[in-house]
Every structure is written in structure tokens, then in C-alpha cells.
Design a protein around this ligand. Structure first.
Ligand SMILES: [Zn+2]
Ligand SMILES: [Zn+2]
Length: 400
């Protein structure tokens, strides 16, 4: 027996038992898989806090946390990882610190990046599961497309007051997020998209009431689904293509199965992804095009997954170079010196006649570790800027 200062006695065995011993009592459980897993959490708000807390407790080996916002006083009622003294600090940074405090076995890293524009598909490709704790449709749609391209599952959570739902999307296994979108969802997204002038803060203005109780319920369901996906060979039932709906007033809950849309635009899995020695900030687009043509033939072109605004022109005759993804355009970029609104041209295919082949992929706004398409007729092959990998992950002391 060990005598503690407070006079309570414990069996020595209680202290020597491995931290995960109780989890291992679950027959299908494999703690090594959790230790070797890499999981992305997008959003470190009410749901994100609960997701990250659970991942840390469970000993998920690598947790990547994406959030661009700072902690505010109002977050403190729904965020178990944040303290009063953290107000003003980046959510992702504090959440990562606290996750490692909860369990020193995990490596958690913060990324102050916009998930829509700044995270390459190669990052998604290296995840086992992506977990969403988001409050907007546009980010969900973007994550859905990214995960589908690289064939990775993602688990969405949403809460409002006491209610919430959790949904699992696995490419090729039932409906994806886009399949579930209604006309109203599209209308709201397009409304936001048409307002290229909105700032990040303004976009966050649609504030939703949330509680720590509903976020813990929904995040709990999300993480349980993740556990089942990490043990996919155990034939456990999952919510793939389905949603768990929770009514917090009655505490009724039910599962809905979504209809898969055969013409859904998101169902595009990149089958043939090639890792390259290309660094997106060093190689030029001309060199990339030449390499792709060497591979696929002289007529091949580069296919991008996003539109790049190339040039703005004004009715007064002035023009200026943009070279930035359309999504990242800000109002002042399209305001001419004369005060008028400029119009712009955009491309998403690059062929030999482009006048910016001397630029690097980074210079036209493609994120590090991104994947681009090479297309010759109907033949497609995808190329990853794999040389970015170490820079993206190792600077953050994370080996992926
Ligand atoms: Zn779909
Ligand atoms: Zn002008």
C-alpha cells in the first residue's frame, strides 16, 4: 500500500496500471490505432473544444487544429479548454496547448489558416479522419469537396441552443454533405459568395446560440463515429451517409438517412495521385506544365480546383494584374484608381499560351501541399506538391 499525504490509501497497482487500460477492455478496441492516428479538427469553438478534449483523453496521436479566431469572453461558457487569461489569444493555439496538458501522449498543433483557401489537398490526404466544428455552410462544402477528392471521411457536427446533429460522410458510401444541401443552403452560400467585400468578421456575424451541453453531446457522437471509422475492419455500424438528430427539449433522437444525388458535383475522387519533388513556392507553372506534358502528352493542360482571377479591367481603360483565387478577392482589389468598380477575368485551366507561366503555384494563390490536375482529353492524373510536406508539418514539429 502507498500512503498519500491526505491519508487516503491506494493499491500500488492502481498507479501502475496503464492509462488506457479501461479503454482496452472494449473488445474491438485497438489503442495503437488511436496512437498512430492523425485527425484534423476544423473549428475550435463550442463543438471543437469538446472534440479536442475527447481526442486528447483518448490518446489520438496527432491532432491538427484549424481556427483563425481569437478567444473572447463569450467563449468561456462553452469552451472547457479556455480560461479567462486566454482571452485575446488564438483559439487553435490554446486548444493545442491544453490538449497536450490533458494527455502528454498526444501531439496537437495549431494552424491559423483559412480552411477554404489555405490548406492544400495533400494535408487532407494525410488525415485519417476530419472532424468539423463549424458554423458555416461554405466551409462545410469546401471540406466536403477536399475530403472527397482525396477519399477521406469527415464527420460534421452542428448545434443550435439545446439541439444538434452529427453526420458522417465517407466518399463512395452514401450521401455526401453536398447531397444533403437544400435550395436554401445554396441560396445562403451564393449570397455570401456574391458579397466578395465581406470581411472575416462580418462573415461571422450570423451568431447562433450554443450551449456546452449540446456541444458535448454532439461532439461525443462525432468522436464515437471517428472511433468506429478507425476500427473499420471491425464491422461496426456507422452513420455513413446518415445523420444523428438530437432534440434537446424532449431528448428524443433519431437517425436520418440522406439521399445520395447521382449528379452531385462533389463526387470526384482523384484516383491517380502522383507525389512529386515539386515545391509550390519554387517550381514555375511553366515547368509544371512541361512535366505534365512529358507525362500525358503535348496537348495536356493544368486543371485547377479553383478559379484564379488573372486581370481586372476598368471602363476607364486602366487594368491591373490580380493572380489570386477568386474566392480571396477583396472589394478594394477591384476598385480602380478612378473610383469605379473593375471587372475581372478568371481561369481554372492553364495551357501553354498563359502569360504567367513564369510564376510559381504559390504566386497564384495555391496553398502549400496542394494537388493539381493534369488533363489530356479524358485522361486525368493528379500531382501533389509533395516537397512542401516537410515545410508544412516539420516546422510544427510534427512528423506526418
Ligand atoms: Zn454528394
Ligand atoms: Zn478606372
Amino acid at each position: 500500500m502507498i500512503k498519500m499525504e491526505n491519508d487516503i490509501q491506494f493499491d500500488k497497482a492502481d498507479f501502475e496500471e496503464d492509462r488506457y487500460a479501461r479503454l482496452r477492455l472494449i473488445p474491438w478496441w485497438d489503442q495503437d490505432r488511436l496512437r498512430n492516428a492523425t485527425v484534423m479538427v476544423v473549428g475550435a469553438g463550442a463543438i471543437g473544444n469538446e472534440l479536442i478534449k475527447n481526442l486528447a483523453l483518448l490518446g489520438i496521436g496527432k491532432i491538427l487544429i484549424f481556427d483563425m479566431d481569437r478567444i473572447e469572453n463569450t467563449n468561456l461558457t462553452r469552451s472547457v479548454l479556455y480560461r479567462r487569461k486566454d482571452v485575446g489569444r488564438y483559439k487553435a493555439e490554446v486548444a493545442a496547448e491544453r490538449a497536450m496538458e490533458i494527455n502528454p501522449d498526444v501531439k496537437a498543433k495549431a494552424f491559423d489558416l483559412n480552411i477554404i483557401d489555405d490548406v492544400g489537398l495533400g494535408v487532407f490526404r494525410r488525415m485519417d479522419v476530419v472532424l468539423g466544428g463549424l458554423d458555416n455552410r461554405e466551409a462545410r462544402l469546401s471540406i466536403n469537396q477536399s475530403c472527397y477528392h482525396v477519399n477521406k471521411p469527415w464527420i460534421d457536427g452542428a448545434i443550435e441552443a439545446l439541439n444538434g446533429f452529427a453526420r458522417v460522410f465517407i466518399p463512395g458510401h452514401g450521401a455526401c454533405y453536398e447531397c444533403t444541401m437544400t435550395e436554401t443552403d445554396w441560396m445562403l452560400i451564393n449570397k455570401r459568395k456574391s458579397c466578395a467585400l465581406l470581411t472575416h468578421e462580418q462573415m461571422n456575424e450570423g451568431k447562433i446560440p450554443t450551449t456546452p451541453t449540446s456541444s458535448s453531446i454532439i461532439a461525443g457522437i462525432q468522436v464515437q463515429e471517428m472511433l468506429k471509422l478507425l476500427h473499420a475492419d471491425r464491422n461496426l455500424p456507422t452513420l455513413a451517409g446518415k445523420g444523428y438528430v438530437f432534440n434537446g427539449l424532449t431528448h428524443d433522437s433519431y437517425v436520418v438517412e440522406y439521399q445520395e444525388k447521382p449528379d452531385c458535383m462533389s463526387h470526384d475522387i482523384y484516383e491517380d495521385i502522383v507525389e512529386t519533388h515539386w515545391s509550390s513556392s519554387e517550381i514555375t507553372l511553366g515547368e509544371v506544365l512541361a512535366a505534365i506534358r512529358g507525362d500525358l502528352g503535348e496537348k495536356a493542360v493544368i486543371d485547377l480546383d479553383r478559379d484564379i482571377a488573372t486581370r481586372a479591367t476598368c471602363s476607364c481603360g486602366k487594368h491591373k494584374e490580380l493572380m489570386i483565387p477568386v474566392h480571396k478577392l477583396k472589394g478594394q482589389m477591384l476598385t480602380c484608381d478612378c473610383g469605379k468598380q473593375m471587372s475581372f477575368q478568371s481561369i481554372h485551366t492553364i495551357s501553354g499560351d498563359a502569360d504567367f507561366l513564369n510564376k510559381t503555384p504559390a504566386q497564384i494563390g495555391l496553398p502549400p501541399l496542394h494537388i493539381i490536375g493534369g488533363r489530356a482529353g479524358t485522361k486525368m492524373r493528379y500531382y501533389e506538391f509533395t516537397e512542401d510536406r516537410d515545410r508544412f508539418f516539420e516546422e510544427l514539429e510534427i512528423k506526418i
